[in-house]
Ligand binder design. Sequence first.
Ligand SMILES: Nc1ncnc2c1ncn2[C@@H]1O[C@H](COP(=O)(O)OP(=O)(O)OP(=O)(O)O)[C@@H](O)[C@H]1O
Ligand SMILES: [Mg+2]
Length: 206
Amino acid sequence: MTVWEFATGTASQTQQLAEQLARLLRAGDLVILSGELGAGKTTFTQGLGRSLGVREGIISPTFVLVRIHPNLPDGHNPGGPDLVHVDAYRLATPGEIDDIDLENTLDSSVTVVEWGADRVEHLAANRLEIELVRAVGGHAPAAGPAAGSTPDPAVGPVPSGILDFADSFDTDEDDDEPRTLRLQAIGPRWDGIDFSVLGRPVNTTE
Ligand SMILES: Nc1ncnc2c1ncn2[C@@H]1O[C@H](COP(=O)(O)OP(=O)(O)OP(=O)(O)O)[C@@H](O)[C@H]1O
Ligand SMILES: [Mg+2]
């Protein structure tokens, strides 16, 4: 199985990668997003939504677990799939995942699940697993780790709603930083699909 890695330097580049990916997506597809708080999962989903031509307003859900963004009949992709955007951060048990009934919309939508790793794989044999990773090692920004963006491991992660709130005070949160986007395609649906249409990969590993 191939792992594709792409570099992105800014939030808008991350969205452009997502826009390219969206061109490959169709109803029934499941995209599992992982990466630490503030890694860019919602930013990426916004790019997907734009390219899919669905209703706008993709935000980090605070207490809403699932948002359905219907395809816009008068948008640029009429008849395309809806986008179901899930934040599984607070979903701990398989029962809680089942309760939100993603199966119901899976076939007619592109389903994107933030914090979906180890939670929703059972929903589909075919899926894309995408991890957003802050640049590490020699590529760390000169100023050191972004203030407030890395949860103290002793305290545990901060719910995304609190980070959203902090955003309005902490402009550092919006500074563009390099990320690596790591993509793994699982299942026969993706056999032979060339993800270099997203952009030139910085690395591919078999
Ligand atoms: N290269 C980049 N790619 C994506 N986002 C970036 C990048 N550089 C800076 N950012 C900023 O990082 C933040 C990412 O926030 P976002 O809400 O997308 O993260 P998230 O992974 O969804 O977080 P959460 O786990 O809280 O849901 C945004 O403020 C965005 O502008
Ligand atoms: Mg988010």
